[in-house]
Write a protein that binds this ligand. Sequence first.
Ligand SMILES: [Zn+2]
Length: 507
Amino acid sequence: MSVSRTWSVVLSGLTGDLVEVEADLSNQIPGFSIIGLADKAVAEAQKRVQNACANSELALPRRHVTVNLSPANLPKRGTGLDVAVAIAAVATELALDAASLARTVHIGELGLDGRLRPVPGVLPAVVAAARAGFTQVVVPWANAAEAALVSEMHVCGAISLRDVARLHGLDVPCIDEAPVEAATSPQQEADAPELAEVIGQQDAVDALLVAAAGRHHVMMSGPPGAGKTMLARRLPGILPDLDDAAALHVAAVRSLAGMPVTALPRTPPFEAPHHTASAAALVGGGSRSAVPGAIARASGGVLFLDEAGEFGGHALNALRQPLERGVIEIHRAGFQATFPTRFQLLLATNPCPCGNYGVRGGACTCPSLAIRRYLGKLSGPLIDRVDMELHLPRVAVTAAADTDVVTTAAARDRVAAARDRAQRRLHGTGWATNSEATGEWLRSGPCAPGPAVRRPLDEALRRGALTIRGYDRVLRVAWSVADLAERDALTPADIGRALYLKRGVAE
Ligand SMILES: [Zn+2]
């Protein structure tokens, strides 16, 4: 065989494009060249491939090997093409099964010793291969479990280039080699922490259920030790489980971020970047391929910003586009990638820099200007998106005797039932949760409350105690309260509860 062909995938964000890899021999000075819009990492593949082949006793021909990557106009990035390039080059000389090569997609980087090294983004790459109609992939041994998450794909987890050659019919003896392990070992998905462990914050737990039911963004304020973080960490556990498509998306984003993936996650993700996190950690970056940051990794789940006022302007800027458009774009020299960002935002703040302002028995030492500046940082685009504000008191140890404790399992069932009810009501609107409903629909749509029910709201609006945006927020949250209470129409009590959950109504 002189021209050989096989396949690989290049990724642009979560989107994969199939690349045909052709290798040909010519009677020029012995050498190796790769053509077809390859970046530096791909161009360097020739060195890795030559060494890997030599060390695998799969000698390349002593002629000139030209490898062509097509389509030619598609930029080829990263090291994931190595295996396809190597096996195509080997097949120009040795007796490999051409049909087998042509129906297989190869993904992986080569070490100089000929072993396959794991690469990020195997899951979205295999998804792309499946969509293109391929049924067989070769991936590094360390990525095999991840690739196997794509159902009906025949996955070959190869330890070395010799394994790959043997798969395509070359008669090479099997040698016992240790596979290259992933850099980070897979973490067992920990069970979501138990809601019943939250003691003495019954009101806040109830509010968390309302937020979960309507997918409302929430601002929590309270002194240190009030349990803001504890509460936040329990939100993913009471949200509905991810369905197959959402779980595959979350897993694919983690794969691109270089996190080990061995199972489809069912609990929505929880990302809690620190306020000192860099813009790159929040937005993402990467030099050879797009590595999603915390904002993209939170999609489908919860983004928790503790000490929200301490986040700098770069973080607030980074959040603007995701909150407004539901996507985040990563721009890098030579490439750009877009990730969806449908997360639920949880903000937490102390009431002042020292944390004691307005706390019973607390002695705040902050100058009033400092307090104003501290809370002022939270105004603007972030707070504009928040439907609910929770004020958590400091819990006295003696207040630990709650009468009816809510477990995570019970809360999740109630939230799921409330979501079902909301989805039936919102059927045909294109919205899935109360937080998405527009003010106009809430005020004058088919389910709008009558004058008697909305009287307290109308009066607050007339007095100037509520803006029209605040009015709409109260209606949104009121529907989540009603959904949890299994009511099909709003009552004055639902409105009252929602008004309470939107304290600081005078905006
Ligand atoms: Zn203070």
